[in-house]
Design a binder for this molecule. Structure first.
Ligand code: NAD
Ligand code: IPM
Ligand code: MN
Length: 375
C-alpha cells in the first residue's frame, strides 16, 4: 500500500472553504492500494491568533517531512496594518517558501484549461486574441525584492502607514539563484515537442539585478540547453503583449519574483477569473538529479483569501481543486489521475454548474460535489 503524507494548510478567508472541496476530491483517489495521510495545520492570520506567529517552526518541519503541501490562502483586513513583512499573515507563506526552498513557482495559463468555454465567456479579450494561448509563468519564488533586506521606519509598528518617513526593499539576486530557475525553465521547455521557447522577463534597461539576470539566463541556456530558444523581453512591454497578442508569449515565461507575481495575476484576465488558476511551487522537477534534499512541492491557487466573499459558501473551489491535480503531477507521480481531475473540472464547468464569480448559481460545496461525482 502506498501512503502519501500531505500537509493541509487552509489558512484564512475563503481558504478553509475551498480547501474542504480539494480534500474531498483528493479522497476520491484513495483505494486499497493508495492512502493519503492528511495533517491539517494553521498558517497566516489564524496562526497569529492562536500562536502569535504566522507560521510555527513545527508547521515548517511538518512541511519538510511531508510528501506535498496543499495551501489555500492567507491574509485579511483583520490583520492589515497590525504586523507586516515576515510576521504578517502573508509572511507565513513567504517563510514556508523559503524553508522549503521551493524556488520555482509554476503558474500555467491556457485558453483551454480548465475549460475553453470559461475563457470564451469570461475573458475580457475577444476570442481571436486568446485562441490558442498556452504558457506557463515560472516565477522565481525565494529571492528578489521579497526576501531582500527591508528597512522600515520604526513608527510603522505603532502608528500605521501614515507615519512612514522612508522605507526600502533590497531587490537582489545571486548568480546561483538565477541559474537554477533558468535550468528548471529550460527543463519544462524540453517537456514539450517541439521544445517551447523560454521568454525571460527583466528590466535590464534599468535594474542592476536584471542585468545579472539577463546575463546568467543567457549563459545557462546557451551552454546547457542549446536546443531551447531564448527570448529576452522587457517586463513592462511583456505586460502589454499579454493583453494585445498573448499567443506570442506561448512557452515558458521566466520571471523574477516581483514580475512573475504581477504577470501571473494578469494571466487571470486571459481565462477570465483568478478563481480557476492553480500553481505549483517546487524545489526541482521530478527526477532532478541535482536535488540535495527530498523533492518539495507546495500547491497554492494564484488567488488570495478573498475576504469579502468569505464564509458565504460562494468561493470558486476550482483553482484549489486544480492544485490537487498539480500535486498529483509533480509530487506524487500520478499524471493519469491529474488529468482525470482536470477532465472532471472541465466537464462540470462546461455543464454550467458554476459559482457566482462565473455568473453561476452554485455554491462552493455544490461545485466540489459535482466534481467528485464526475470522478
Ligand atoms: P484576492 O485574490 O483574494 O481577490 C481578488 C478578487 O478575486 C476579489 O474580487 C475576490 O473576491 C476574487 N476571488 C479571488 N479568489 C476567488 C475565488 N476562489 N472565487 C471567487 N472569487 C475569487 O486578492 P486581494 O483581494 O488582492 O487580496 C485579499 C487578501 O488575500 C490580502 O490579504 C492578500 O494579501 C491575500 N492574498 C493571499 C494570497 C495567498 O495566500 N497566496 C494570494 C494573493 C492575495
Ligand atoms: C501570490 C501572493 C503572495 C505573493 C502573497 C500573499 C505573499 O500574492 O502567491 O501570488 O506575493 O507571492
Ligand atoms: Mn500574487
Amino acid at each position: 500500500v502506498k501512503s502519501h503524507n500531505i500537509l493541509v494548510l487552509p489558512g484564512d478567508g475563503i481558504g478553509p472553504e475551498v480547501m474542504a472541496e480539494a480534500v474531498k476530491v483528493l479522497e476520491t483517489f484513495e483505494t486499497s492500494e493508495r492512502k493519503f495521510q492528511l495533517r491539517q495545520e494553521l498558517i497566516g492570520g489564524c496562526s497569529i491568533d492562536a500562536t502569535g506567529k504566522s507560521v510555527t517552526e513545527e508547521v515548517k518541519q511538518a512541511a519538510l517531512n511531508s510528501d506535498a503541501v496543499l495551501f489555500a490562502a492567507v491574509g485579511g483586513p483583520k490583520w492589515d496594518n497590525a504586523r507586516r513583512g515576515l510576521d504578517g499573515p502573508e509572511g507565513g507563506l513567504l517563510q514556508l517558501r523559503k524553508a522549503m526552498d521551493i524556488y520555482a513557482n509554476l503558474r500555467p495559463c491556457s485558453a483551454t484549461s480548465p475549460s475553453a468555454s470559461i475563457a470564451k465567456e469570461f475573458s475580457p479579450f475577444r476570442e481571436k486574441i486568446i485562441d490558442g494561448v498556452d504558457f506557463v509563468v515560472v516565477r522565481e519564488n525565494c529571492g528578489g525584492a521579497y526576501f531582500g533586506r527591508k528597512v522600515e521606519d520604526p513608527t510603522y509598528e505603532n502608528m500605521g502607514l501614515i507615519d512612514i518617513l522612508s522605507a526600502m526593499d533590497e531587490w537582489g539576486y545571486s548568480e546561483e539563484e538565477i541559474k537554477r530557475v533558468a535550468r528548471l525553465s529550460a527543463e519544462i521547455a524540453l517537456r514539450h515537442d517541439p521544445p517551447w521557447p523560454v521568454i525571460s522577463l527583466d528590466k535590464a534597461n534599468v535594474l542592476a539585478s536584471s542585468r545579472l539576470w539577463r546575463r546568467v539566463v543567457e549563459k545557462t541556456i546557451a551552454e546547457e540547453y542549446p536546443q531551447v530558444k531564448l527570448v529576452h523581453q522587457l517586463a513592462d512591454s511583456a505586460s502589454l503583449i499579454m493583453a494585445t497578442n498573448p499567443r506570442s508569449l506561448n512557452g515558458v515565461i521566466l520571471a523574477d519574483n516581483t514580475f512573475g507575481d504581477m504577470l501571473s495575476d494578469q494571466a487571470g484576465s486571459i481565462v477570465g477569473t483568478l478563481g480557476v488558476l492553480p500553481s505549483a511551487s517546487l524545489n526541482g522537477l521530478p527526477g532532478d538529479k541535482n536535488l540535495k534534499t527530498r523533492p518539495y512541492g507546495l500547491y497554492e491557487p494564484t488567488h488570495g483569501s478573498a475576504p469579502t466573499i468569505a464564509g458565504k459558501n460562494i468561493a470558486n473551489p476550482v483553482a484549489m481543486i486544480l492544485c490537487v491535480a498539480q500535486m498529483f503531477r509533480y509530487s506524487l507521480d500520478m499524471e493519469r489521475e491529474a488529468q482525470q481531475v482536470e477532465d472532471a473540472v472541465r466537464k462540470v464547468l462546461d455543464s454550467g454548474l458554476r459559482t457566482p464569480d462565473l455568473r453561476g448559481k452554485s455554491s462552493t460545496t455544490e461545485v466540489g460535489d459535482a466534481i467528485v461525482a464526475a470522478l
